[in-house]
Ligand binder design. Structure first.
Ligand SMILES: *Cc1c(COP(=O)(O)O)cnc(C)c1O
Length: 377
């Protein structure tokens, strides 16, 4: 079985000529590392997040690690997070010397189950890293009530949530730390990159040190190093891409909404009961529709399903396999059965194509392929 239609990937960035020439300008300027474009991108992001301080980095991963360091988290501390995320979310905890503590997810939202967090809190718990999965926000009232009650820092892994809102307020415009990724698959991208929304200028200064060898400068030749930093700064090349993307964020997210709505309409009201597959939460007020997920019924082998879709010219992703079942985490004592919902979802979830330059015809093509495979299964 093969398709004569063009290959449809699960995601693809949108790039315009204006952005390409802005990047070319940077290349011609002689200043390629962090410079005026980084400053401008940080200013625009800060305005976007209601005036809170924002600093950019070369990945969404290091933004979370730096937030943990600013919060003073390390050896002997525990950080609560979700097993259903890109492995970066938990790796950064280990990277600081702290211990990751997983809490299972909610079966519908696929976000960390806030009702189960309190049982995981110990005297050593210092922070929570929740993920707004696919851009569907966690219950922010509930999350921050817990954080306040136990005096915990929150590092929101908002890698997927730029443009998402909670009760009308943008994710990142309120709360504690919010970390965003501009990796090429996200709603806006810089190739690789990320940004951290911070609480005050003091934290922002510390973030600048952690991103560049701990260096602070004064005057023409004044330099000191008083904390151990790394090399995490964003280039002006990347920032120029980010400026072009940020301009179009609302347009991109609006298109994602339209396509996601079309997925629901095309699957139809009977799809779940007829096939046993699970559709995502149909949230069209708060989510930025970073991804559109389908949880396959247990009878379907995901790898076979992905291969059959590939044969029809459609690329799928899977986001994510449960983190605690990776070897690195098993070696730290995690085993099968500890977080059954994340494990089931991790085994059966697929990501359907969804990106701004897709058409409603593409959506219909995906839906009829899915239906034909699930009904003959
Ligand atoms: C993309 C992503 C990250 C990592 O971001 P990078 O920019 O690739 O380092 C972390 N968490 C989640 C939920 C992500 O989607």
């Amino acid at each position: 079985m093969s398709s004569t239609l063009p290959f449809l990937p699960f995601t693809k960035p949108t790039m315009d000529e204006e952005t390409i020439s802005a990047v070319a300008d940077v290349l011609r300027s002689g200043w390629l590392t962090s410079g005026p474009n980084v400053k401008e991108l940080e200013a625009k992001l800060s305005a976007y997040f209601g005036g809170r301080p924002v600093r950019t980095f070369n990945s969404g991963t290091c933004t979370m690690e730096i937030a943990l360091r600013i919060a003073g988290i390390g050896e002997g501390d525990e950080v609560i997070t979700t097993p259903n995320s890109w492995v970066a979310t938990a790796n950064v905890i280990i990277e600081t010397g702290a211990t990751p503590v997983f809490v299972d997810i909610d079966a519908k939202t696929h976000n960390i189950d806030l009702k189960k967090i309190e049982a995981a809190i110990t005297p050593r718990t210092k922070a929570i890293i929740p993920v707004h999965m696919c851009g569907l926000p966690c219950d922010m009232d509930h999350l921050y009530t817990i954080a306040e009650k136990y005096q915990l820092r929150v590092i929101e892994d908002a890698a997927q949530a730029i443009g998402s809102t909670w009760k009308g307020k943008r994710i990142g415009s309120f709360g504690d730390f919010a970390s965003f990724s501009f990796q090429v698959n996200k709603n806006i991208m810089t190739g690789e990159g990320g940004c951290l929304v911070l609480n005050n200028e003091e934290e922002a200064k510390l973030a600048e040190k952690y991103r560049l060898q701990g260096v602070s400068r004064k005057g023409l030749d004044g330099i000191d190093v008083d904390v151990l930093g790394g090399k995490y700064n964003m280039t002006d090349i990347a920032a120029a891409i980010g400026l072009g993307q940020l301009k179009r964020l609302e347009e991109f997210n609006a298109k994602r909404h339209t396509l996601a709505k079309h997925y629901f309409a095309s699957f139809g009201a009977e799809f779940e009961t007829q096939t046993g597959a699970e559709l995502p939460v149909a949230d069209f007020t708060q989510s930025n529709w970073h991804m559109f997920h389908l949880v396959l019924p247990e009878r379907v082998q995901r790898a076979d399903f992905m291969q059959n879709m590939l044969d029809l010219g459609i690329g799928l992703g899977y986001h994510y396999r449960a983190i605690h079942l990776f070897t690195l985490y098993r070696e730290r004592g995690f085993t099968d059965g500890m977080f059954p919902i994340a494990e089931r979802v991790g085994k059966q979830i697929v990501t359907l194509p969804l990106f701004p330059s897709m058409t409603e015809n593409d959506v219909e093509r995906v839906v009829s392929a899915v239906k034909s495979l699930l009904q003959t299964n």
